[in-house]
Design a protein around this ligand. Structure first.
Ligand SMILES: [Zn+2]
Length: 84
């Protein structure tokens, strides 16, 4: 199963909040973008910290399946296998 299937709104991603270092962010939105050359679909995933309410976002399947882009605010790539 592709990692993208695990990214469902209201689930949590183990990815530290860039602002308060809370260890997990809530997945608040998963928006479909274009289709990659390998046939996988690219998504924009929006995240919110349940503690301080800071938001972040990154591209899931960034150019190819199971590749994460660098998060806008945290400036690092989330691990795609850390959805809990
Ligand atoms: Zn936070």
């Amino acid at each position: 199963m592709a990692f993208a299937d695990e990214f469902v709104e209201r689930r949590m991603l183990k990815f530290a909040c860039y602002k308060c270092d809370h260890p997990a962010m809530l997945i608040t939105k998963k928006e479909e973008l274009e289709v990659n050359e390998d046939g996988s679909k690219k998504y924009k995933v929006e995240l919110a910290c349940p503690r301080c309410k800071a938001t972040d976002e990154f591209i899931l399947n960034d150019g190819a399946e199971d590749v994460a882009g660098i998060a806008l605010n945290a400036k690092k790539e989330p691990d795609l296998n850390k959805v809990i």
